[in-house]
Design a protein around this ligand. Sequence first.
Ligand code: C2O
Ligand code: CU
Length: 469
Amino acid sequence: MSRREFLVGSGATALLTTLPGFVTQAAVAEPQPMRHFSLRPGKASTQLAPGKYPMTPVWAYNQSVPGPQIRLIQGDRVRIAVENALDEETTVHWHGLRVPHAMDGVPHLTQTPIGSNKHFVYEFDVPDAGTYWYHPHQRSAEQVGRGLYGPLIIEEREPITVDRDVTWILDDWRLKSDARISDDFANRHDMSHNGRIGNTVTINGLAPGNFRVRQGERIRLRLINAANARIFALNFQDHQPQIIALDGQPVTPHEPANRTVVLGPAMRVDLVLDLTGDPDTRFTITDTFYSGLEYELIDVVYGPESLRSNALDSPIALPANTLPEPLMAGITRHQIRFNGGMMGQMMMGDGNNMMAMMREGKMWFINGVAASGHVMDPLLTLERDQSYLIELINDTAWHHPIHLHGHSFRVVSRNGKPTPHQEWQDTVLMAPEEQVEITLVADNPGDWMFHCHILEHQAAGMMGIIRVS
Ligand code: C2O
Ligand code: CU
């Protein structure tokens, strides 16, 4: 059995945590509430397609891509010691977790970056169950693009019943023919178009082979998009999954719109997948996001044995997290506009500033300003514990997954129409020219990053700060 088959086909959650790439130090029983982990970002090498590609030099946490799974239970307190073995500064950001400002991992804004051979200890409580991930926030386009990321899973205190709980962390690499990573990070073309789209998609650090299942099996599939720029739209053929959580936050279980599960960079989707096919059959999960560039992601292969002939009918709705509910009566409204990028042969942006900004490599603007570095004047200042509705306007010809740190927000409308699920997100994917309204209670004090998670767009200015004071 290949490592791939073992990784995705192993019997139980408990097993998964002991696999290579998923070494969970907390598996060594540690009395709650404090759980300990350590992360060591440094150089490593890995075989992205065993038997097919030679080794690829990467940057990785604890010598493994993805980095070790950090798996906790809702309400835990965790201490994560980071020892930087890279030749440059780094930080670790806990994407989507509502942590205190000082633990958010943004260089110069929430902490001094961790120098080469220096260390830093993060410590926080985990208020929300769900699927999250971690990655550096320092020169993210290159540091994440070279392999620095890992899954961060917070289990519910009373999880739903499934046969297997499986995490797939998706990535997209730009490899040269010798399987080395192409060094052209943050080049002007990627920055002004749709970011660094690669040529090799991996699941849990490996080019996908087969995913082995059994008839009647119910799988909770946690999808995490760790790619710099690639957007996925996964189609499960006639196995329609149910979406049970978005960006870690529970949502009323529903089938995906247009039969595809869409994940912009940094987004997560939890699915319940009932494997109702016959033994010894198979089907293919395809990615159809970029038209004309559809491809087969992975084959789902039924073994000869059957687990049960009918799907489970136990409930799949997850218990809600304790997010503060925005009060719509008298809510304060703000508007934020995104511009820039290429449109035909022209850069679209704020006319006067544009040429000067472009000379500095800035190509994207929020409310007419391109960020350079993580410290700047806030786009908005919100009063603590007040409710806000923010209208986001994408005045560009490109998709943007827009991420706010320190909070989750409700996506309440798109192009003036209420969203059917009023979902909580921390990263909202905006289509070209789309208008999206979000609501939140600004309950976490600090200066919070607000940026596009296409990491080349972020590097080219699409970043700002929302202050909660
Ligand atoms: Cu996933 Cu500002 O980060
Ligand atoms: Cu963007």
